[in-house]
Design a protein around this ligand. Structure first.
Ligand code: GLU
Length: 419
């Protein structure tokens, strides 16, 4: 998505909530939240294995730290812009407030294509980012995590780079989440976002009096979020009939065995050719006949161009910003129930919070404890947003945004104004 679109979308979502809050809060307070508090552009210059120095741009954006240190992942993509990172940082502020963790919103971007790098070169780029962004990363300032293009191993290198630069064996407190468990990560973080998506879908079905066994699901994306969401929904008894990745999609109207598909994907690196499935295009997947559609790839996938052809009754936004504001209006008229990104995919940052507290208190949590807390939090927050949307007569996105922006405004008012 272009910078303009992604940021415009985030600002439009904010404006829709802000107009309804103008009577409650100062206009200036709302104006402050319309833009990030701080945007930094960094120049990385790693020496890669081709023997050359590569100049790579990176961004760190802190949107708002009223509730706590800024939290949000590192996106690594050749197309990521400072506008995208600003939009994503802003969404993190709302997500953290809505899911009830004591963090503000932040995000980083590294303008580089991770798919073209060897494992070692990727590690070098991540270490270069850690060194250059060191002043911004701290348990009380900004705590990164994985996002598109980065993973658990990368978070381990960040922790290592920071502890090394301090001359210590480890860091005091949590500088980064989503790390390998052996380095202070938490069991269940990798699956957390996908599990959270599943939990919100089950709640949505419950409000409609439907059982998971009665519904068909299509999932766009087979990365960390999409693969876990597909597996969890399959595990709960939903019929997952379509899944896509960057190279296309597969369909089986009788239901795909997602556990077997995960193994197949590991072996073949592709969904294509999976037993009993038929190839379709990524576009067809979005528009296919199904009850639940889970966009879990990149942003701006459901737009004014294709929204009218979407047949799903529920859209569960596993990705950040998959639906444009124009598409939102079309889908609302069609009566589609949207579980908005700041609620639907908040399981990741919630479990990041558990990792943060675990590391701060030098404790250990089991996967069962993590799952139990995640499950309880996702269900109660879903109900909270759902009840509020009924009470106020607004849709789920508006309800989620209203609750989140109100929480952040209350924190800012409680802090008082600095000169
Ligand atoms: N990148 C994830 C997100 O967009 C996780 C952020 C985190 O855990 O800090 O929610």
């Amino acid at each position: 998505m272009s910078a303009k679109n992604m940021l415009d979308n985030a600002i439009e979502n904010f404006n829709n909530a802000a107009v309804l809050l103008e009577k409650e809060y100062d206009k200036e307070l709302l104006d402050i939240l319309r833009h990030p508090g701080e945007r930094t552009e960094l120049q990385l210059s790693p020496l890669l294995s081709d023997g050359k120095i590569h100049i790579i741009k990176a961004f760190v954006v802190k949107h708002c730290g009223a509730i706590g240190p800024c939290k949000g992942g590192i996106r690594m993509s050749p197309n990521v812009t400072v506008g995208d990172v600003s939009a994503l940082a802003m969404e993190m502020t709302w997500k953290c407030a809505l899911i009830g963790v004591p963090f503000g919103g932040g995000k980083s971007g590294i303008v580089c294509d991770p798919t073209t790098l060897s494992k070692l070169d990727k590690q070098t780029v991540i270490r270069s980012f850690s060194r250059n962004a060191h002043n911004h990363i701290h348990p009380l300032i900004y705590v990164p995590a994985p996002d598109m293009g980065t993973n658990e191993a990368d978070m381990g290198y960040i922790k290592d780079a920071i502890s090394h630069s301090m001359g210590n064996a480890t860091t005091q407190g949590c500088y980064v989440t989503g790390k390998p468990v052996i380095l202070g990560g938490i069991p269940g973080r990798r699956e957390a976002t996908g599990r959270g998506v599943m939990l919100t879908v089950l709640e949505a079905l419950d409000t409609m009096g439907k059982s998971p066994k009665d519904v068909t699901v299509a999932v766009q994306g087979f990365g960390n979020v999409g693969a876990a969401a597909a597996f969890e929904l399959f595990r709960m008894g939903c019929k997952v009939i379509g899944i896509s990745d960057v190279n296309g999609a597969i369909l089986n109207r009788n239901g795909l065995d997602v556990a077997a598909l995960q193994k197949y994907y590991l072996e073949h690196g592709s969904l294509q050719g999976f037993a009993g499935s038929k190839s379709i295009s990524g576009g067809e997947l979005l528009e296919m006949e199904c009850d639940v559609l889970v966009p879990a790839a990149s942003g701006n996938q459901i737009t004014a161009e294709n929204a009218d052809r979407i047949k799903a009754r529920i859209i569960a936004e596993g990705a950040n910003g998959p639906t444009s504001s124009d598409a939102d209006r079309i889908l609302e008229k069609k009566g589609v129930f949207i579980i908005p990104d700041i609620l639907c995919n908040a399981g990741g940052v919630f479990v990041s919070y558990l990792e943060y507290t675990q590391e701060t208190q030098q404790e250990q949590m089991t996967e069962e404890e993590v799952y139990e807390r995640l499950s309880k939090r996702m269900r109660t927050r879903f109900r909270h947003v759902y009840d509020f949307s009924r009470e106020r007569g607004v849709n789920m996105r508006q309800a989620a945004m209203l609750l989140a922006v109100k929480t952040v405004c209350d924190a800012k008012v409680a802090r008082g104004y600095l000169p």
